[in-house]
Design a protein around this ligand. Structure first.
Ligand code: NDP
Ligand code: 2IT
Length: 452
């Protein structure tokens, strides 16, 4: 009997769902891509014949392992760690590591799948992967985090390497955690290599890597607005999250003239109608990174703002929304509220922040809507530049790296325009553009290798 799953979207999704029970985030991420790819390949039989999407939606491997560590009270704690290596057709596996209590296999499979397309869009030679553990760094002492990171790397080291798989940070993993993991890798392998990115600049990190994801999102947003003859100047921007991506997106958007009025965390959001300017952002940065504080503390420092507990910020009227916290943080109802308030652009700093319903609503409304795999690709792009600097044993200057970042974001925008322009109109479907451009590059490399 002929296999038909690869030519019929609903059969394809039914098969995927059956093979991945209890993994809704992974199924969602594949569905969002498959909707565009089935349309793109309907007259391109070679992609069907070689079952490219079917193969892309089956990770090369999922590695799972136990991570034991000892807390400050001497209790033995057991966590679960993973590395999902999705695809290395265009370069070594590459993608972040997430430490968060909600991390599971479904989340990491969706992130590794997304990463494959995102990394292809950067134009740099990087395959897609993601890793992490169900460990929550919040409330842990530095020594507890250090012991956890060391234990995590004691297993992970055998699966990664500068030419094999190069992890970086993500939620709950920043400069401190990368330092502990790099130190342990160096100790176990007795080698100093570019096995991780997001390193401190003292030991091989790149300038601008910390800022790159948020800055890149700001640049991408400005490029999108330009297609409609608009600028950030005079526009009100609502941002969620208050971590690495949110803070630097707010910084760049403010520099480009936007008025950022919200930030959030899992406790709620702050609304500062006068704008979270550079001075206030510097305060947030030091609270969140050095003191690991909560966003609710903001209203004690800046009493003109208010804190709204237990809700995301999408109810605040705005021209532009930039989700920068986590997956599925913006629902269909939120999308309706944003559209009702006249929101004209959404740029995803986080990975898959919009539910499928929200994404479909934005697409149907034909607003400027950039998916994370395009808008937040600046982080992994500068990770790619960090790899190049490590291989060349050089460090580039801040303005050199930032100029390269600007160029890469604008090329990603061009690719989205090329593959996303809706026939006979001026409308650009950035989701379709990003999906198709990312797919095409990886798919053509896979075709070159035959069936492997
Ligand atoms: P951080 O850990 O620095 O910050 C995460 C922020 O999101 C915190 O404010 C956190 O609040 C909030 N958050 C996390 N989970 C939830 C939740 N379930 N509900 C509400 N708020 C939540 O992570 P990053 O800024 O690095 O990452 C944010 C997003 O950007 C993620 O989707 C990540 O995958 C994506 N991304 C990151 C890149 C990077 O280079 N770091 C690159 C590209 C994408 P709280 O402290 O209360 O948990
Ligand atoms: O989601 C992402 O692109 C990241 N967390 C960054 C990955 C990287 O390898 O820099």
């Amino acid at each position: 009997m002929a296999i038909t799953e690869h030519v019929d979207l609903s059969k394809f999704m039914a098969g995927l769902q059956k093979r991945n029970p209890g993994q809704p985030e992974f199924v969602q991420a594949v569905q969002e891509v498959a909707e565009d790819i089935f349309e793109f390949i309907k007259d391109k039989s070679v992609y069907h014949e070689y079952q490219i999407l079917r193969r892309l939606a089956e990770p090369d491997r999922v590695i799972s392992f136990r991570v034991c560590w000892e807390d400050d009270e001497g209790n033995i704690r057991v966590q679960r760690g993973w590395r999902v290596q999705n695809n290395n057709a265009i370069g070594p596996y590459k993608g972040g590591i997430r430490f968060h209590s909600a991390v599971d296999e479904s989340t990491l499979k969706f992130l590794a799948f997304e990463q494959t397309f995102k990394n292809a869009l950067t134009g740099l030679p990087m395959g897609g992967a993601k890793g992490g553990a169900n460990f929550n760094p919040r409330g842990k002492s530095d020594h507890e985090v250090m012991r956890f990171c060391q234990s995590f790397m004691t297993e992970l080291y055998r699966h990664v390497g500068a030419d094999v798989d190069v992890p970086a940070g993500d939620i709950g993993v920043g400069a401190r955690e990368i330092g502990y993991m790099f130190g342990q890798h160096k100790r176990i392998t007795n080698s100093f290599t570019g096995v991780l990115t997001g390193k401190g600049v003292e030991y091989g990190g790149s300038l601008i890597r910390t800022e790159a994801t948020g800055y890149g999102t700001g640049y991408f947003l400005a490029d999108m607005l330009k297609t409609r003859g608009l600028q950030l100047d005079g526009h009100t921007v609502v941002i969620s999250g208050s971590g690495n991506v949110a803070i630097h997106a707010a910084e760049k958007i403010t520099q480009l003239g936007g008025l950022v009025v919200t930030l959030s965390d899992s406790g709620g959001f702050i609304h500062d109608p006068k704008g979270i300017d550079a001075g206030k952002l510097a305060w947030v940065k030091s609270q969140k990174t050095r003191k690991r504080g909560r966003i609710s503390d903001y209203v004690r420092e800046f009493p003109e703002a208010e804190f709204i507990a237990g809700r995301p910020p999408w109810c605040v009227p705005c021209d532009i929304a930039v989700p920068c916290a986590t997956q599925n943080e913006l629902t269909g109802d939120d999308a309706r509220v944003l559209l009702g308030n006249g929101c004209l652009a959404v740029a995803e700093g986080s990975n898959m922040p919009c539910t499928l319903e929200a994404a479909h609503l934005f697409k149907a409304a034909e607003i400027l809507y950039a998916p994370g795999k395009a808008a937040n690709a600046g982080g992994v792009a500068v990770s790619g530049l960090e790899i190049s600097q490590n291989v060349a044993r050089m460090s580039w200057k801040q303005n050199e790296v930032e100029q390269l970042l600007v160029g890469i974001m604008s090329e990603i925008h061009d690719r989205c325009v090329e593959y996303g322009r809706r026939a006979g109109t001026n409308h650009i479907d950035y989701v379709r553009g990003a999906n198709v451009a990312g797919f095409k590059k990886v798919a053509d490399a896979m075709l070159a290798f035959g069936v492997v």
